[in-house]
Design a protein around this ligand. Structure first.
Ligand code: TXA
Ligand code: MG
Length: 339
């Protein structure tokens, strides 16, 4: 039997209607969002959601985010509170996910048996339209094989999920942000907990909430400038090619790296060979070091380099705790984690 390859659909009205109907019948569909591409199913249909876990190879202990068309739909799936709704009004649609107590309609499969459910209103107009036309909340994790780099184009989704039950991906262009949403647990509104730094800056959340959010524990690189010790972080977002992190790259550091290993600067290094020159192995994630540009390029470049013949990838870490920097650092540390 030929291996099935998901088909990419342009986001026309007819195609969105067709794929909304497929979702209503229990299919899974690849969808664009402003953060990363998602693998969506009707959140109220457990059999449909089971297909997500199967296609991704995701363990059933890892719960899914439920996507809504509007903040007013939260009460249908979760028990909200005034603090949560204040954040929702300010930051939705957008890259913020709220964890709240769940309602019984949401299946245990979606929440991995937890008493809570993660909810988000995505900002991508095609995703919003799809939710509206389906008329259901849509459960969607990132549309990558479990543990691999998240997809930021429809092509990433298609190429990564060949041979699964996924038949359709809607092409909504490159994801504007390029890293996943910020997740905050507001189950107890008096003690918000950051579960994942992401596309919404922590300082924005802190300003809106009027209190400090404890940051994730800061991971330090060992003296060998290698990845952190195993066990400190769970492996995720990982290319197959071994990845090493550097607090700072320079031409001196680069000269000491073997020629069959790729080197990824945060900003264009002055005087370096352009990456399209045959044999060149120096790449960069932005022109001038802007964190939003780095986040936007990160997963796409890692995927591209992973298709090359590189023995290893060496990536420079951004510094600081503002904007998208905590999210980028988090993803890079997990990508480099040994297990
Ligand atoms: O930007 C995003 O958040 C993307 C787009 C598609 O919306 N989605 C995404 O989903 O990144 P995923 O499944 O790759 O990551 C969601 C994370 C998981 O690590 C999961 O453990 C956590 O959210 N999560 C989901 N429900 C949760 C819950 N009830 N309690 C705690 N964590 C939860
Ligand atoms: Mg993911």
């Amino acid at each position: 039997m030929p291996v099935s390859r998901p088909r990419i659909f342009r986001p026309t009205e007819a195609n969105v209607t067709r794929l909304a109907n497929a979702l209503r019948r229990g299919a899974i569909v690849g969808v664009p969002s402003e953060t990363v591409y998602g693998l969506a199913a009707d959140a109220l249909n457990a059999a449909a959601c089971a297909k997500i876990f199967e296609a991704k190879g995701r363990p059933s202990t890892d719960p899914l985010i439920v996507h809504l068309a509007d903040a007013g739909d939260v009460e249908g799936v979760a028990v909200s509170n005034p603090g949560a709704m204040r954040l929702a009004r300010q930051f939705w649609p957008g890259p913020l996910t709220l964890v709240l107590p769940k309602r019984a309609v949401v299946s245990d499969l979606v929440t991995a048996g937890n008493a809570t459910v993660a909810v988000r209103v995505p900002a991508h107009p095609v995703f919003q339209e799809l939710i509206r036309r389906t008329g259901r909340p849509l459960a969607a994790p990132s549309a990558n094989r479990f543990g691999y780099i998240s997809p930021t184009t429809a092509f990433h989704v298609r190429d990564g999920l060949v041979g699964t039950t996924l038949r359709a991906v809607i092409d909504g262009g490159e994801c504007a942000i390029g890293v996943e949403s910020t997740i905050i647990d507001l189950t107890d509104p008096d003690s918000p907990r950051l579960l994942r730094p992401g596309g919404l800056a922590l300082e924005e959340l802190e300003k809106a909430m009027g209190c400090a959010i404890p940051r994730p524990r800061r991971v330090r690189l060992g003296p060998a400038e290698a990845a952190p010790a195993p066990g400190m972080l769970s492996k995720h977002y990982s290319p197959r090619t071994p990845l090493f992190l550097h607090e700072r790259l320079s031409s001196k550091v680069t000269l000491n790296i073997p020629g069959n290993e790729a080197v990824v600067y945060l900003r264009r290094p002055s005087g370096s060979a352009a990456p399209w020159v045959p044999g060149a192995r120096v790449f960069w994630l932005s022109e001038g070091g802007d964190a939003a540009e780095i986040a936007h390029q990160l997963f796409g470049l890692l995927r591209k380099l992973d298709l090359g013949e590189w023995r290893a990838l060496h990536v420079e870490l951004p510094h600081g705790g503002e904007g998208l920097v905590p999210a980028i650092r988090d993803r890079l540390f997990r990508a480099a984690a040994k297990r």
